[in-house]
Design a protein around this ligand. Structure first.
Ligand code: NDP
Ligand code: KPL
Length: 316
């Protein structure tokens, strides 16, 4: 099977790296200094687990030109949500008759944006649970154990279970990522979103680790209120969570003894373009559309939008 990782970032680099380590043919699409470093020194996967650091360095094929890759069986679409449309328009050279474009974007919109370009049958909604970030050019940092701690849930946008995705799940599991196939793409996206949006919003606003947010009663209560708001919006959109699923989402996404940070928080800390719109903006817009009150999300959305405008590290 041939894989292309479009956007060799933290998640794409980690997932593609584990597939390459498992002897699959994986082409990495990257750009700029990151691409130059991968070409020169290889793609480095650095695992940081409670102070212990391990690395794998992989010699891989990397390019910024999809024409040099040609058709593949699976595209793991690894760009940030705000790059979806621009990067989506570059996928044509990778597309064969049965190519699956598998999204990993946090948020709710990326698979639907890609389906406008390539049709429902080409797109698979994915949700990855991994804590990762980019280090210096060429380096992907994965927090926690090197293998077997990440999950990847997928569902065809067409809501059909296909053999290509059964195969994908099998290959991912063999590469030490716990993958599962569902037939409900909206449930896949919303189940992650229900816990992710509150986690991202609170860690970024409070500038605190996940463990600190959950270890402090007021922010823990705020987290639960955010989960309830997100579940109410999901319900209005036709995604109905059983009450026990909503309660489960109120538990931390990560072990409480770790210094967990969300990718939104890390992007703010690095002064990078952030996914505030894809996470909080998307929720608030849906809430307004369905007339669902989301006062806590509205407040955090306003604060983080201002931080994105004036700069996270701004001081008067
Ligand atoms: N990091 C995490 O822990 C997790 C992140 N996610 C989600 O996964 C998605 C990806 O996040 P993450 O991996 O952190 O993002 P990164 O910023 O680490 O990676 C995205 C990469 O795509 C590259 N890219 C964008 N456009 C192009 C292009 N046209 N050609 C070549 N390369 C391109 C970017 O390059 P450049 O830097 O030059 O823009 C960057 O290297 C997000 O939606 C995020 O919310 C999901 C689970 C966990
Ligand atoms: C919460 C986490 C790490 C789970 O995968 C995530 O998706 C993110 O921070 O973007």
């Amino acid at each position: 099977m041939r894989f292309a990782i479009f956007g060799t970032g933290a998640v794409g680099g980690y997932v593609g790296g584990l597939l390459a380590l498992n002897n699959h043919k994986v082409s990495f699409i990257a750009r700029g200094a990151h691409l130059a470093a991968i070409r020169e020194k290889g793609l480095t996967l650095r695992y940081i687990n409670q102070g212990e650091v391990k690395t794998d360095v992989l010699k891989v094929f990397a390019t910024d030109n999809p024409e040099e890759v040609g058709e593949v069986d699976y595209i793991i679409f690894g760009v940030k949500a705000f790059d979806t449309i621009e990067a989506g328009n570059m996928l044509q050279p990778l597309m064969g008759h049965e190519t699956a474009i598998i999204t990993i974007q946090n948020g709710l919109d990326a698979p639907h944006q890609l389906s406008i370009l390539y049709g429902n049958d080409s797109v698979v909604a994915g949700a990855v649970r991994v804590e990762a970030t980019l280090g210096e050019p060429g380096v992907v940092i994965k927090y926690g154990p090197a293998r077997d701690s990440s999950t990847f849930e997928v569902a065809e946008l067409s809501e059909v279970r296909t053999t290509r995705m059964e195969k994908f799940v099998e290959l991912l599991n063999a590469a030490h990522i716990k993958a599962t196939l569902s037939d409900d793409p909206n449930m896949v996206l919303w189940t992650k979103f229900l816990a992710l949006a509150p986690t991202a919003a609170l860690t970024a606003t409070a500038r605190a680790h996940g463990g600190e947010v959950f270890g402090f009663e007021l922010t823990k209560q705020l987290y639960a209120a955010l989960v309830d708001e997100a579940a109410a919006v999901a319900n209005a959109e036709g995604v109905h969570f059983a009450p026990e699923m909503v309660e489960r989402a109120k538990h931390p996404l990560f072990p409480l003894d770790t210094a967990f940070k969300s990718s939104l928080q890390r992007d703010f800390e690095k002064d990078h373009h952030t996914e505030v719109e894809a996470l909080l903006g998307a929720l608030v817009k849906r809430a307004h559309k369905y007339n669902v009150p989301v006062p806590h999300f509205e407040t955090l959305y306003a604060l983080l939008s201002l931080s994105a405008k004036v700069g996270y590290h701004y001081s008067a």
